[in-house]
Design a protein around this ligand. Sequence first.
Ligand code: GAL
Length: 440
Amino acid sequence: MPLLKFFSFIRRGSLLLAALLVLLIVASACLGPQPTPEMLAPTVTPPPSDPEIEVFTWWTAAGEVEALDALVGVFQSRYPGIDFIDAAIAGSAGENARAALAARLQDYRPPDSWQAHAGQEIAPYADAGLLEPINFLFEQYGWLAVLPPQLISLISQEGNIYSMPVGIHRANVLWYNPDLLAQNGIALPTTQAEFLAALETLKVAGMEAPLALAEPWTDTHLFETLLLAALGPKAYAGLWTGVTDWNSPDVMAAIEQFTAVLGYVNADANDLTWQQAAQRLSDGQAAFYVMGDWADGYYRSRGLTLSEDYDWTPVPGTSGVFQFLADSFVLPVGAAHRQAAIAWLTVAGSKVGQDAFNTLKGSIPARRDADRQRYGAYQQAAMSDWNTNALVGSLSHGVVATDAWRSEIEEALQQFRATGDAAVLQATLAAACRTSGPCP
Ligand code: GAL
């Protein structure tokens, strides 16, 4: 009974996930900029007669909202008769939205489309028969030819394609405040040892919390970059396939580095959203922040300028590696407005839609035929790195682990923050690979 299995997975996934079921926050719908006629996406034939479409995302932060609005703007200019119902639910990098989604699915009331990360996060939904394959759209619009093959395999099972990726984000980014580094004579750290030394210099200079941190999922995000730094891309990838031993000394090295850097973070981290932590950096309260490149979208939406107000470098020890994730949209089985959902996927998959969205989001388009010069300097660098770097998937954002496995790791990291027991953390991580991952 795959559906029951799916919901037991949701239940097992996280206590937090269950608790957050009650925290449904529906953001207001916004109209986006109107694209010119030549920017229109390909037409769905026949045009949908659905009066509305309800789309679930967790894009409610500055930068995210503008990007979603721009995508909705393309959709509405193409399909002016369809009301866009923005069912975005804020917080926890999608954990809250996925909890609310689980409740809707349990009631057999799926939204017409929802944001899902390409990779393992989608698999349980597909296994439970909750998603329609959308190969027909890939064939109709030639998407197989314009999307990177790595992404196609992450959204496919046994030849069925289950979502349309709209953009690609990078997780292993160290944002920094260039003025603070210059004032304190700090060179850009390229190793984790240099990173610790830089944090210590800032602390000695009187900065209380030089590394910004936010709510618990950002601990997991930070930790996955430290795993990558300690293990390198090959062994990091092996953690998720059962090849790399979670009990190895390299994993312990990542835990030790995690312990060390946590000595430099703000005490109110758990009360902050990722964007509030980003703001600490641009306000000069913190000098560094490990966060995905939606932070670039945030800073730009705040009118800040790359290399003057904020800047970036790969997380020390991860240069030459692009730790990625991809946001995508699905076609649920039983969508009340299926034709409108198909139209939405068509817009999300179009060059016009992707350029409108990603230019504001901080991500790079999933399509390879982007209008490069329309993108910011950070994004142009990310486009080059995506093409030349080693690629590994993100843990916190659904690529390498299911939501159940990710939740177990997140809970282990939170317990570790309370106890500081590194040996227990490593043993718990190894156990999580056995219960929720591929480890024997
Ligand atoms: C990620 C998502 C990004 C961004 C981020 C913070 O999981 O893929 O698009 O929204 O959460 O909300």
